[in-house]
Write a new protein. Structure first.
Length: 305
């Protein structure tokens, strides 16, 4: 049986919010089976919570933000990506501020934190959201799509018409049953353009952004002294983001995701389109070993490594 997973123990770190620039402490706690991923704002009276669900995503300007009433938590996608990549079904995330810290701009530090305390299997079966038919959303030349697949694969292409990005890979595909999320995806950093920084800051965004937590390009080149971590880091970060955005489904996915120039808003629209059509999906678990698709078995073996 494929079982649900949580953390073995609490782990914490501190950092700054990419957009608020505010210092924040984050704690990742174990949680019981069927709890899901829940964020708590410990800086607010009563420590109100918001669950990571597609319908709770209310702001997608440069990040994915969750809101439940007056409770808001911003920039959750990198942590959600790490939790998805490591197969964590249940966790409580405590924050003493309004935004998940950006750390180094990737999911790598969250992967490290979780590995440092270990992963605990739980008695309940892992529940998957299985895509049953094609679902697609589009906006102009941007699109995102799900197709049925007995595993989880992600294909993404970008098109920025920028010399620094043109020199890198702009199309990537991963089958998570054949790919180590930790090695191939998790360390890809968020990126931005130097000429847009002042405009974003005037809009109250990217106040905590530096060369330590983002890849920054000017009109011609990458400004970070150490360059890129992957030759196709830009495209890989879009995959990292998408994995985090799609984990707002509340379950690991059985399906093939493909997209061109998609972002947080379109990724969320795709999830909402799936949930709006009950014929497009089902919730399944695998309690008999011989019923588990081989790609799924490999995926969660990679996640545990």
């Amino acid at each position: 049986m494929l079982r649900q997973r949580t953390l073995k123990a609490m782990v914490r770190t501190t950092g700054v919010g990419l957009h608020t620039g505010a210092k924040v402490m984050i704690e990742l706690h174990p949680a019981p089976a069927d709890h899901g991923i829940v964020f708590r704002r410990t800086d607010l009276e009563g420590a109100p919570a918001v669950k990571a669900e597609a319908q709770r995503v209310t702001d997608t300007r440069m990040c994915s933000s969750l809101r439940d009433g007056a409770v808001k938590v911003a920039t959750v996608e990198h942590l959600m990506s790490a939790l998805a990549g490591l197969g964590i079904d249940n966790a409580r995330v405590d924050l003493d501020g309004p935004e998940v810290p950006i750390l180094d701009g990737s999911a790598g530090p969250f992967v490290f934190l979780i590995h440092s305390v270990g992963v605990q299997e739980q008695r309940a079966p892992k529940r998957f959201l299985r895509i049953l038919r094609r679902v697609e959303v589009a906006e102009g030349d941007k699109w995102a799509r799900f197709d049925p697949y007995e595993g989880f694969s992600v294909s993404f292409s970008i098109a920025f018409d920028h010399p620094a990005i043109d020199r890198t890979g702009q199309s990537v595909s991963f089958d998570l049953g054949n790919t180590s999320y930790r090695k191939e995806i998790a360390r890809a950093r968020t990126f931005g353009f130097a000429q847009e920084v002042e405009m974003m800051r005037a809009a109250g965004l990217a106040l905590g952004g530096t060369l330590d937590n983002a890849v920054v390009v000017d009109e011609h080149r990458v400004l970070n002294p150490d360059g890129l971590r992957y030759v196709d880091e830009f495209a890989k970060h879009k995959v990292l983001d998408a994995i985090g955005d799609l984990y707002m489904a509340g379950h690991p996915l059985l399906g093939a995701f493909s997209a061109h120039k998609s972002g947080h808003e379109l990724n969320n629209r795709l999830l909402r389109a799936v949930f709006a059509d009950q014929s497009a999906y089902e919730i399944v678990s695998f309690e008999e070993q011989d019923k588990i698709p081989q790609s799924v078995t490999r995926q969660f073996a990679f996640a545990a490594a």
